[in-house]
Every structure is written in structure tokens, then in C-alpha cells.
Write a protein that binds this ligand. Structure first.
Ligand SMILES: [Fe+2]
Length: 582
């Protein structure tokens, strides 16, 4: 599979499904239904009425210094699901849904733990009256965020998948990646979208999510994992944007928009504001759920849902009607008015700056919609995924016009190429001057994309760019549809560093709040990579295997003045007055 955009029902999916009797669109012209629920229950060993907690994971509550959410699922409906913490027993809210493709009902539970002390470690237990482990319920510990300006560590990657290689795009590295988070013991982890690729396994979406959740539990039950939705969270029939599987499993900080809760949010740890975005709302690329054909995708009869014809994709660009961008601007503006916020870090799935040649590339939608706001409000760092590799940009601000070329014709096209403020890779970058973009799609899928574009004419690094929607079009095979790749290219003058050794890794961020008002604060970033984990390394052809061995690829430091000094206030008011005139 050349990229992660999803080719609908791949040959591998058909084989995987047929092995269990769960058939979906297997042969030309046929429309075999996805298997019936009793068969699935027998295969997966699920028992109705089994309230044993599994897939246990934490997210931050409204204030990470004082609240966390404990979430889990159980094979059947739980009776009196609850969390015990100290002397308190906290009842959990139930949220369930029925998968629109295989008809399975999912039961999830969410307990909001509030009133905690900052920077404190708590033990907790998760149980229910029908917990099969009721005599010895699952228990773990977590640590709340510090209050005020304090040092802390977080980690990040995206595109994790599961270790169960029965599933499309899953790979054993997904287990080692979870282990890597635990190795570095961060306060929390950012998971940058494309969590498990359930949409590429349409006969068994809930089972893929289950394997994902149980794999993550080894870390996510001990420290919050904060996700964003990616294109592979978009599933047919599961809610207006296809996010129901994602939204039901996660309880995330509120964004105040009502209809779009859970899709984007922000939270504050120490002097850092984290802004987690839903890039499917703005990207041109169509890479959500897709039926390539020739057969239709036929949901299980119990769902009552009609067949989904070949050539159908769930394309959600613009789904918020601008609400997300309005929220983003208000959130960024408030943060830069707040003298206690030094850093702004954005987390999203798709990329504004990717030069992967075998992957998806960059997307003009992000550049048009959000990069001007990142410039205006001095967003320091952007973390994304989508392409299964590691790439770092120079700090960028503003854009070059006319730098792009239409791939098919060679005609000029405006890709709004982000402009590097320096091309000296000094290892220390002042992010008041420009935003650094990191691609961290290096979690654990079986499709490494650590191959990068090169302009044959001038030997410059070259990036592919989506500048318009790539909706499905008929392919050369009758009845089969394909979604074209990016339509434009540009010399990637913004690209500072690319990892060609492996598509797998984890980024570790250490925030140093500085020691005095108006002084300097820094974030040291170390990217560790799993050399040898590529199924096939594109540069050497070497065949590898999953590995627990994560070693340093590079270290660099971001610096900026603290916002609590007079010097910074003066600079900030100048910026603010500029903003008012725009
Ligand atoms: Fe993706």
C-alpha cells in the first residue's frame, strides 16, 4: 500500500475477512453481507452481560492539574460501573453505539475524577458489579499536571494501529511504541490521529478498536493519552463525520461549540497551551472511508443499512462551517493575551509540511486555513502524523507565492509554500520568529513512508501538495475507483531534517519553564527512532522487523522569552495592535 489514504477493500482485507467468514465485497459483481452478530461474538469470545473493564485509558479533564477522566469499555453492558480512588467511589457515565457496518453494540464508561491536587500521584481501581475480575479489579496510578510554571515531559507520535497483524495496516511495532512511551515516563502522550485504521477493516471495526485499546492500556491507564481524529477515524454510517467510534471511546476537554464537542479542544499544562485540531475539516485530501469496488460494501443485515456503492467516499472537508477556525482564532488570541502562557503547541493529523514521496504529502487546506493564524499568534510548534515517517521543518513564517507546479501539466500553481525564516540548522530555534512543524506519523503501522521527494532537475527536496479535492474517479479496471494522489509539487525549502533510516519513532519533549520573569524558556526535543523496524527500508532495501530498540535520531531546542516579563509584554502589545488592524 503506497500511502495510508486507504484503497477501500484491499486484497488483504478480503483475505482477512474471508478467513473468519466475515465477508465484505469479495468478488466482482457480488454483494456478500458482512457476517451476522452471533458469529462475531463466538469468534471474539464475547459474553453478553460481561462488565469486565478493558481498554482502560486516561485523558485530562478540564484542568489537568486537578482532574482526569478514566474511560474503558466492557464486552457487555456493565452494572454499576465505577472508579475507586482513595475513599471515593465515582460512578461512570455509560455511552454506547451500534457499529453501522457489522451491527455490534459497544459499551463504554467514563468517570470524571475531579478535586485532585496538582502534581500528585494517585492510585485508582476500575470495576463493576459484573466485573469478571471483581475480586481483584484492575488498578493503576496516574499523576496530575503541575500548577503554574513547572518543568514537565510529554511525548508524541501518531498512526499507531494495533499489534494484531490480522488487521489491515497493523504491525507488531504498535506494541513496542506503547512500551516506548512507558520507557520515557512522560506526564502525558499526544496521539496524532489515525489511531487504529478500523475503517480499513470494515467487517470488524469494533474488534480493531478493541485491540487498539487493549494494546494502549499498558501506557494509557497510567498517563493521559490525548488524541486528535485523523482521516482513518472517519467511518461509514458512524455519525455525521464518521467519528462515533472515536468520540464514544474518548472524553475530551470541552470546546463550547455544542454540536462539535470532542472533535477539537485545548488544554493547559504549566505554561504550555496545547491546541488539538480536527484537520479533516480543512484539508483538500479525500482520505476517509472509501469503497474502491467493484463490489458494494454491504452492512450486516441487523443494521438495516443499505449497501454502500463502489466509488463512495466519506468526504467531510468544511464540516464545521468555519466554527473550528473561529474557535482556533479566539483560543490563540486569548492565549497570547495571557501572561501565564508561554508556549502554544498545535496537534493535528494531516500535514502542512511533508515531503514524503510514498506518503500523502502536504495539504494546501491547512496552509490556507490555519497557517496564517499560527503566524499571527506565534504558534511555536505543530505536531502531526499522516505520513509514516519523521520530518522536521525549519521555523516558517509567511509564504512564497508561485512556488508550486501542477504535477500533470507543469503549469504554475500557488501552493502557498511556507517560508523558512532560516535555513541554518543550528539546533536552537527562536519560535517567536517562526513555527516548527514536526511529522510524527511514526507510531506502529506496517506501512513505513520514510522515502522523500527529490526534484530531478535541481536535486532539491521536493514535496507533493494537495491543492484541490481528490475525489474518487473510475480506474482502468471497470467498476473500480481510485483517489488520485497530490496534484502539485514544490521544492521543499522548509524541510530541515528527514529520517531515512526508519519510519518508526517517538518524540520526547522536555519543557524548561525558565527561572525568572521575562527570562528565557525552552523546550528540548529528542526524537528516538526504531532502526530496523521498517518491513522494507526504502533507501537500502533491507528487510526489518518490529523492535523495542529506540535510539536517538536528533535533539534540538526551541526557545522563546517568557510572557511574564515587561519586555515580552511590550512586544506582545505591538503584535496585538497589528492584529486589530487586520
Ligand atoms: Fe492519515
Amino acid at each position: 500500500m503506497p500511502d495510508d489514504s486507504g484503497s477501500g477493500l484491499s486484497r488483504r482485507q478480503v483475505l482477512a475477512a474471508s478467513g473468519t467468514g466475515l465477508l465484505a465485497a469479495t468478488a466482482a459483481g457480488t454483494t456478500t453481507p458482512i457476517g451476522a452478530a452471533p458469529a462475531r461474538a463466538a469468534i471474539r469470545g464475547r459474553a453478553p452481560g460481561d462488565g469486565t473493564p478493558e481498554q482502560i485509558h486516561l485523558t485530562w479533564g478540564d484542568d489537568p492539574a486537578r482532574s482526569v477522566i478514566v474511560s474503558w469499555a466492557s464486552p457487555g453492558q456493565a452494572m454499576r460501573p465505577r472508579v475507586r480512588i482513595g475513599q471515593r467511589v465515582i460512578p461512570a457515565d455509560e455511552r454506547s453505539y451500534t457499529d453501522a457496518l457489522n451491527g455490534e453494540t459497544i459499551w463504554t464508561y467514563h468517570a470524571r475524577v475531579t478535586g485532585l491536587r496538582p502534581g500528585a500521584t494517585y492510585g485508582y481501581a476500575v470495576t463493576a458489579d459484573n466485573d469478571g475480575n471483581g475480586a481483584d479489579p484492575f488498578s493503576a496510578t496516574f499523576t496530575t499536571a503541575p500548577e503554574g510554571r513547572a518543568a514537565f515531559r510529554f511525548t508524541s507520535f501518531g498512526d499507531l494501529a494495533t499489534p494484531n497483524t490480522s488487521w489491515v495496516l497493523s504491525y507488531g511495532q504498535a506494541a513496542y511504541a506503547v512500551g516506548a512511551v512507558e520507557q520515557f515516563q512522560p506526564l502525558f502522550h499526544l496521539l496524532n490521529g489515525d489511531l487504529c485504521y478500523a475503517d480499513l477493516n470494515p467487517a470488524a471495526q469494533p474488534e480493531v478498536w478493541r485491540d487498539f485499546g487493549n494494546n494502549n492500556q499498558a501506557s494509557a491507564a497510567y498517563r493521559p493519552w490525548m488524541p486528535v481524529p485523523g482521516n482513518h477515524e472517519i467511518e461509514f454510517g458512524n455519525g455525521p463525520q464518521g467519528f462515533t467510534s472515536y468520540l464514544t471511546r474518548y472524553t475530551l476537554p470541552p470546546n463550547g461549540t455544542g454540536a462539535f464537542e470532542g472533535r477539537w479542544y485545548s488544554f493547559r499544562v504549566g505554561s504550555v497551551l496545547f491546541v488539538s485540531l480536527s484537520a479533516d475539516d480543512v484539508v483538500y485530501q479525500d482520505a476517509g472511508a472509501f469503497v474502491a469496488g467493484p463490489s458494494a460494501l454491504v452492512p450486516a443485515p441487523s443494521t438495516g443499512n443499505p449497501p454502500i456503492p463502489a466509488g463512495t467516499s466519506l468526504y467531510v472537508r468544511g464540516y464545521s462551517g468555519g466554527a473550528q477556525t473561529r474557535w482556533l482564532e479566539a483560543t490563540l488570541a486569548a492565549a497570547r493575551r495571557d501572561a501565564s502562557v508561554d508556549w502554544i503547541i498545535a496537534q493535528l493529523h494531516q500535514c502542512a509540511c511533508s515531503s514524503s514521496s510514498t506518503g500523502n504529502g502536504s495539504d494546501l487546506g491547512i496552509r490556507e486555513e490555519w497557517l496564517p493564524l499560527f503566524d499571527r499568534y506565534e504558534v511555536d510548534l505543530v505536531l502531526c502524523g499522516h505520513d509514516h515517517d519523521y520530518e522536521r521543518s525549519f521555523p516558517v513564517r509567511g509564504s512564497d507565492t508561485g512556488a508550486g507546479t501542477e504535477a500533470a501539466t507543469g503549469a504554475p500553481v500557488d501552493t502557498r509554500r511556507p517560508r523558512p525564516v532560516t535555513t541554518v540548522d543550528s539546533g536552537v530555534f527562536d519560535t517567536t520568529q517562526g513555527t516548527v512543524h514536526l511529522i510524527l506519523g511514526c507510531g506502529g503501522t506496517d506501512a513505513n513512508l520514510d522515502d522523500y521527494g527529490l526534484d530531478a532537475a535541481d536535486h532539491a527536496i521536493q514535496a507533493k501538495v494537495f491543492t484541490r479535492p481528490n475525489r474518487p474517479v473510475p480506474s482502468a479496471t471497470p467498476g473500480v475507483y481510485a483517489r488520485p494522489g497530490a496534484d502539485a509539487v514544490e521544492d521543499a525549502t522548509w524541510s530541515a531534517r528527514r529520517d531515512t533510516a526508519t519510519g518508526y519513532g517517538i518524540a520526547v519533549f522536555d519543557v524548561n519553564p525558565g527561572s525568572e520573569a521575562g527570562g528565557q524558556t525552552s523546550i528540548t526535543v529528542t526524537h528516538y527512532h526504531a532502526v530496523g523496524a521498517d518491513p522494507v527500508n526504502p533507501a537500502t532495501g533491507e528487510k526489518g522487523a518490529p523492535t523495542a530498540d529506540y535510539t536517538v535520531f536528533e535533539t534540538f531546542t526551541l526557545v522563546r522569552p517568557r510572557s511574564d516579563g515587561r519586555r515580552w509584554h511590550a512586544k506582545q502589545s505591538a503584535t496585538a495592535s497589528t492584529v486589530l488592524t487586520l
